[in-house]
Design a binder for this molecule. Structure first.
Ligand SMILES: Cc1cc2nc3c(=O)[nH]c(=O)nc-3n(C[C@H](O)[C@H](O)[C@H](O)COP(=O)(O)OP(=O)(O)OC[C@H]3O[C@@H](n4cnc5c(N)ncnc54)[C@H](O)[C@@H]3O)c2cc1C
Length: 405
């Protein structure tokens, strides 16, 4: 690029920031990526993600890493079981490929990092604030937790997730509590230690809905064959602070959770009893559905920073990767007119994000209410129909709500 090469900063090495970095690298457009984690190895955990063909997978194609992803994706991760609180299975789908294989976060991060030159990433750089300099032209300035300051940016892309500093410059609205909290549970070396649990959860996901009880146990196989689950429940905002539980004492957390899951089958409560020691409480937050802002020179956001939502429609990472792809395409079209690129990206992103936010909001409300199982059964039945397969093989019960085809 010419001496007037624009100066671009990307904040956050999550899926969105890394995908943008990988695509810009592919097009020889320079940038600097600032990440608060000390190194790529800082986070060894994180749940499995399914990437969708026309969104997440397409973005990986643009980043030149699709083949690497395909080699490491778990196609058996598409297996799915739907269970009620009595332990009865309503759906069991095995060996049906529907184009959405799973991959763990650490693997996805590494695949994208492999496409980003090392010298472009600044690890251990947590941004404290994003400001503007009173100067012609290059004007965005970043202040870091370590006291350092860097300026002169033509474009700062906030890909720093839920609590984005860049977003706070674009909108005064902040994420709010979504009414659901959970505890993250793990069963490691599960094949050897608990073959019964391993068998029950299978190679993919086993979603267990408590319906009118307002809770759910969503279990999923991981890349290293361990099983991770979230025990979700509707709860007041400050339950972590107010529950009177010592979250570092796993035995106490289990006792507390078993009370929350009172009325579930003994087999399911046994899952909680046998969970490993590290149990992390997680309140869920979301941004308002349909959040928009007037485009602002030198700043934009992608991924959760732009449209944080709960995980109940499995859209977050796909939307994040698509944002990266669309913004990168616009930057590639006009690297010397980044304001135009940002405007074009935001114009495309707002309605796309709103549609996913609406679907996710609907899912959040229906997953913790009577009818959750029937609605999910319907969804699976439609998928089975689309694939031209026999419903009777996979839908094990008919609880009266399955739409006929
Ligand atoms: C419990 C749970 C389960 C989920 N399950 C699914 C699922 O099954 N499917 C799905 O599609 N989505 C799921 N999601 C959502 C998905 O994880 C996110 O949508 C996705 O990670 C968004 O990627 P991102 O890059 O925008 O943000 P993030 O993944 O949050 O990455 C942000 C990065 O920015 C860094 N950072 C943060 N602050 C700063 C700072 N100040 N300075 C510098 N760096 C900073 C962080 O360290 C991080 O590396 C789930 C989310 C949760 C909470």
């Amino acid at each position: 690029m010419s001496p007037t090469t624009p100066k671009i900063a990307i904040l956050g090495a999550g899926p969105a920031g890394l995908c943008l970095a990988a695509i810009l690298t592919h097009h020889s457009i320079p940038y600097t990526l600032y990440e608060s984690d000390a190194s790529a190895a800082t986070r060894t955990q994180g749940g499995s993600l399914d990437l969708h063909p026309t969104t997440g997978q397409q973005a990986l194609r643009d980043a030149g890493v699709y083949e690497a992803w395909e080699r490491q994706a778990r196609f058996s991760g598409e297996n799915f079981v739907l269970t009620d609180a009595g332990g009865r299975e309503h759906v069991r789908v095995q060996g049906v490929a529907h184009g959405r294989p799973e991959i763990g976060r650490p693997r996805l991060r590494q695949i994208l990092l492999d496409a980003v030159p090392e010298e472009r990433v600044r690890w251990g750089r947590r941004v404290r604030s994003v400001g503007e300099e009173e100067k012609e032209g290059k004007d965005v300035v970043l202040r870091f937790e370590d006291g350092s300051v860097e300026g002169g940016f033509d474009l700062v892309v906030g890909a720093e997730g839920a609590w984005s500093k860049v977003r706070s410059r674009l909108s005064s609205l902040a994420p709010f509590y979504a009414g659901v909290s959970g505890v993250e549970l793990w069963w490691r070396e599960v094949d050897e230690r608990y073959p019964d649990i391993s068998e029950r959860i299978g190679e993919g996901s086993n979603f267990m809905f408590g319906e009118e009880r307002g809770n759910a146990l969503l279990c999923q196989r991981q890349d290293d064959r361990s099983i991770q689950a979230y025990a979700w429940f509707t709860a007041p905002e400050h339950f972590i602070r107010d529950a009177g539980v010592d979250w570092a004492d796993s035995q106490k957390v289990k006792e507390w959770l078993l009370e929350k899951f009172e009325g579930w089958s003994e087999g399911q409560k046994d899952l909680i009893r046998k969970a490993d020691g590290d149990m992390t409480p997680r309140p869920l937050h979301m941004l308002p559905v349909g959040l928009k802002w007037p485009s602002r020179k030198g700043l934009t956001v992608i991924g959760d920073a732009a449209h944080l939502m709960t995980p109940f429609a499995g859209e977050g990472v796909n939307l994040a990767l698509t944002d990266a792809m669309v913004l990168a395409q616009e930057i590639v079209k006009s690297p010397h007119d980044l304001d135009r690129a940002v405007q074009a990206y935001e114009k495309e992103m707002f309605p796309r994000a709103t549609e996913s936010q609406q679907r996710t909001w609907h899912s959040l409300q229906s997953r913790f209410a009577p009818g959750a199982i029937a609605e999910f059964q319907n969804r699976i039945a439609k998928m089975i129909d689309r694939l031209g397969l026999d419903r009777k093989k996979y839908i094990l019960t008919d609880i009266g709500n399955i739409e006929k085809t």
